[in-house]
Design a protein around this ligand. Structure first.
Ligand code: SF4
Length: 897
């Protein structure tokens, strides 16, 4: 069964093709259980929550674990070497052929059949529809015993060596960087002079620094097509090799991480060499925790269901490159199929790791990635991880000395999140759980007595003497002041338990009293100014409770450090490591509690100069999700410069869109220095700017439509429809609000489908953004609607992206934080800069290769001329009526390839 927007195609067992309406298809599916591709997306298309079906993706995940595949019939056909489906009937045939091919593969597998059979049996007992067919294909007796799900047993052990010595400090010259680049590119490849210029400029960050606390900072703007990735890999790899050091390449999006990983194949063509020298590093919350996985498989023995997901995950565990469940080789569609909660529960989200006390420590994916990144030449990481590590490991001597921040235009936003503090119910409840464990939960633990039971179970054996025990008891007493499970419901019902909940209830009261529409489906926020006596009293009591928790946390950390000295003779290395890790974690969490306390004590007084505070209720789908007080830096690049830049010796910050281009100060480096933190360093950054080699005037058209009423959803949707039709698909629709995206999708999905143009949409289709973009990239005539995340991460070369339509000028949302920044950074000019940079980013998606052509359409006639600096100076811009815009699109793209 293949569900379309209007009709569903059904291929019968006799080979007949039928077309059914949505309700008919659901009824038929209930009776005959069809084969589908992506059950959840199919159900969503049919307007249902779920559909009874054989999902061929589950069979794929079992037969070919850790392999990439687009979750579409076309994607399956591509990886299985089947004929690409031309229409829905072909697609239905593809699903049938896919199932046959995968079962045949299993029938011929050289893997341990008994183990696979046992795994399939356990999954069958949990309701897996494919189970009997898989067992039959394997040809083994059905047997569910033997620990088939215990994939950790089949992983290799890691052997840790000593920590590497610090790197030496030999300089990389511009000439050497260029010679390395020439080698990486090879003889046959296109020679781009700008790329060589770029490599030489980036090399300046790989020379010894001149002053303490001052890195060699290079700000490098390079237009699309310059080839900056290899441009910085060239000096970075040379430096790493020559000095025995590691260079961290940091990105904002996963998409770019993947691209860099691909480019590194040129540097390390031998996979084994690459495995030793390149590590993709993410936050611990991205990786599978083997102990959590073991817990989950043990819980199966006592609870029903769940074995289907665990069986597929067990298959992946045995084959994965690095255990990354979020964006690595774990299929993102599997996360959607089983629900994010299942996957999240298996990662180390709550800091419950017990380190060397864990029975899986020598096989742990997180530890492996951490250890390997110490000896690798190149680590590919993300901005958030780099910033958080810089704070947590300051002074440890373990931090990298050389960085490249690609997507440098996002340093500001990444720092904004990394350095913020929230006294929120969710955070309080999380800390409470970390200390007290899962209260009232019957979840079984393992390893050191079950980590779900909290601090005592995790580190009780490290306390040493009665003093340690007493301090721990004080921490546990203190944690009872934090928000407890069920806090959100209690507060909504007017009840509270403990000082933190009492404070949050007061916050909620103030917000609801001050906002105009307390029933708004969106999140609410109000200023912290003029708090009333009730709120101040609750804040003061919560602050005192935080202090009563913080003090013993610090004390226990000190106690553990002193044990390292006092008991040096009897402590083995794993225990020393655990003591150090526990002391570090306690200190980090105590510092967080101190930040909360400081925020509460500041209430009723002026907010400290560099911060902005506010109260908020986070809502999702009209329901309250969190309540709290937030504190952000007005300029988050200040702590970024302090924590990351100052301790580094060399940094490249690069992007295609570093600089703003206001009418009165073209190519404004000041904007780049403000957004990257360079302005907080005493030494000036070295600047380089290289134009894109692409012929934008010839390859693009920019149209501002002047006669679409942006406040009338029907008019906006009609404009999208006609523009997408004129382009024959390949359109990316960008929206500044989800509600308007949905309204347009509702109106145009069917007419586009009738014209043979599939439409995908973020926030509508039951797939994650990365998968939607992958499908959009692979299918030339598909259109995609999305918001910010789509605009930032899309790299779609070729005809698949030939038209971008923006619904409105992307002005920043005037929330409390933005208003504070606007005051600090130049008023209306700041708004202009942000909008221009967003437009520049979006326009930059259009031409990714020299032979790409594309049209950029802005449907908002209120686009002021001063924002046109977002586009290349010689690119043709016209203000036209919609009819002319449609004709332009048809004509311009009609002439293309
Ligand atoms: S060492 Fe920590 S993260 Fe790794 S498997 Fe054990 S508990 Fe999980």
């Amino acid at each position: 069964m293949v569900a379309g927007t209007r009709l569903t195609t059904w291929l019968t067992t006799d080979g007949e093709v039928e077309e059914l309406r949505g309700a008919e298809a659901m009824t038929r599916a209930g009776k005959e259980t069809p084969i589908v591709c992506h059950a959840l997306a199919t159900a969503t298309r049919l307007g249902a929550k779920s559909v009874a079906a054989y999902d061929v993706l589950e069979l794929f995940a079992f037969a070919r674990p850790a392999q990439f595949c687009l979750p579409t019939p076309g994607g399956l056909a591509a990886v299985l070497n089947l004929a690409p489906p031309g229409d829905a009937a072909d697609a239905a045939v593809t699903l049938q052929q896919t199932a046959q091919a995968l079962l045949a593969e299993l029938g011929a597998t050289k893997e341990n059949r008994e183990n696979l059979g046992a795994m399939a049996m356990i999954m069958t007992q949990s309701g897996w529809r494919w189970g009997p067919a898989v067992i039959a294909a394997l040809g083994v007796p059905a047997d569910s015993t033997g620990g088939a799900l215990a994939a950790w047993r089949r992983l290799p052990e890691r052997e840790d060596g000593p920590n590497p010595p610090p790197p030496s400090d030999h300089a990389i010259s511009g000439d050497a960087a260029q010679a390395q680049l020439a080698e990486l590119i090879g003889d046959g490849a296109e020679n781009r002079p700008q790329q060589f210029e770029y490599a030489a400029a980036a090399a300046a960050a790989f020379t010894p620094r001149q002053e303490a606390d001052m890195p060699r900072l290079v700000l490098a703007e390079a237009g699309t097509g310059v080839g900056k990735t290899l441009g910085y890999i060239a000096p970075a790899s040379l430096w790493a090799r020559k000095n025995g050091g590691t260079v961290w390449l940091s990105t904002y999006t996963r998409n770019l991480q993947r691209q860099i990983d691909g480019e590194l194949n040129r540097l390390y063509p031998d996979p084994e060499q690459k495995r030793r020298n390149v590590v993709i590093r993410k936050g611990r919350e991205n990786y599978l925790c083997l102990l959590n996985f073991e817990d989950a498989t043990r819980a199966l023995a006592t609870g029903p269901g769940g074995a289907v997901a665990l069986g597929l995950i067990a298959r992946w565990v045995e084959k994965t490159r690095d255990g990354d469940m979020v964006g690595g080789d774990f299929p993102s569609w599997l996360t959607t199929l089983f629900g994010g909660g299942t996957i999240a529960a298996l990662t180390d989200r709550r800091g419950e790791c017990i380190y060397s006390a864990c029975t899986h420590y020598s096989k742990c994916f997180i530890e492996r990635s951490r250890r390997e990144s110490m000896t690798a030449e190149i680590v590919v990481a993300n901005h958030a991880l780099v910033m958080i590590r810089a704070v947590l490991e300051a002074g440890s001597g373990q931090l990298p000395l050389r960085y490249v921040f690609d997507e440098g235009h996002h340093v500001f936003d990444a720092a904004d999140s990394a350095f913020a503090a929230h006294v929120a119910g969710s955070e309080g409840a999380e800390l409470r759980r970390w200390i007290l464990g899962a209260e009232g939960s019957t979840r079984r633990g393992s390893g050191a007595g079950g980590r779900a039971r909290g601090l005592e179970a995790r580190i009780g054996d490290l306390l040493g003497d009665d003093d340690g025990q007493a301090i721990q008891q004080n921490i546990m007493r203190g944690a009872r002041a934090l928000a407890a499970p069920g806090w959100l419901t209690r507060i909504a019902e007017g009840e509270t338990r403990g000082p933190m909940e009492a404070f949050l209830a007061q916050v909620r009261h103030v917000i609801l009293a001050r906002v105009d529409n307390d029933r708004s489906p969106y999140s609410l926020e109000v200023s912290v100014e003029e708090p009333d006596a009730g709120l101040l009293q609750a804040a003061s009591e919560a602050a005192a409770a935080f202090e009563a928790l913080r003090r013993p946390m610090l004390e226990l950390g000190r106690h553990m450090i002193s044990r390292l000295d006092d008991d040096a003779e009897e402590l083995d290395s794993p225990t020393r490591l655990r003591l150090e890790a526990a002391a570090r974690t306690l200190k980090r969490r105590a510092d967080m509690v101190q930040a909360w306390r400081a925020m509460l004590l500041d209430l009723g007084q002026a907010t400290p100069e560099h911060f902005v505070d506010w109260f908020s209720i986070e809502r999702f789908g009209g329901r309250d999700r969190d309540i709290g007080m937030r504190r952000h830096w007005i300029d988050p690049t200040k702590p970024f410069a302090e924590a990351v830049l100052r301790q580094a010796h060399g940094v490249v910050i690069t992007s295609a869109t570093l600089r703003d281009n206001p009418p009165d100060a073209p190519d404004d480096w000041r904007s780049a220095e403000v957004r990257t933190g360079a302005m907080h360093l005493a030494l000036p950054a070295e600047r380089t700017s290289l134009e894109s080699p692409f012929d934008y005037p010839g390859a693009t058209r920019i149209l501002v439509v002047r006669d679409v009423n942006r406040n009338r959803p029907n008019d906006v949707a009609a404009a999208y429809r006609e523009l997408f039709l004129a382009a024959g698909g390949g359109g990316l629709g960008l929206f500044t609000a989800i509600q308007r995206l949905r309204a347009t999708h509702e109106r145009i999905a069917k007419p586009l489908d009738e014209a043979g143009i599939p439409l995908l949409a973020q926030h509508v289709d039951a797939m994650d953004t990365g998968t939607l973009v992958d499908i959009f990239r692979a299918e030339e005539n598909t259109c995609l609607l999305g918001t910010d995340a789509v605009r930032d991460g899309v790299d779609v070369p070729g005809r698949s992206l030939r038209l971008i339509v923006f619904d409105r000028v992307p002005w920043p949302r005037p929330d409390i934080l933005h208003k504070a920044r606007k005051r600090r950074f130049g008023g209306a000019r700041y708004d202009d800069m942000l909008a221009r940079l967003k437009l520049k980013q979006a326009y930059g998606r259009l031409v990714r290769r020299a032979d790409d052509r594309g049209v950029f359409v802005m449907l908002d006639s209120a686009l002021p001329s001063r924002l046109l600096g977002a586009f290349p100076p010689d690119a043709p811009i016209e203000r036209v009526g919609l009819a002319d815009a449609i004709a332009h699109v048809r004509e311009f793209l009609g002439r293309s390839k």
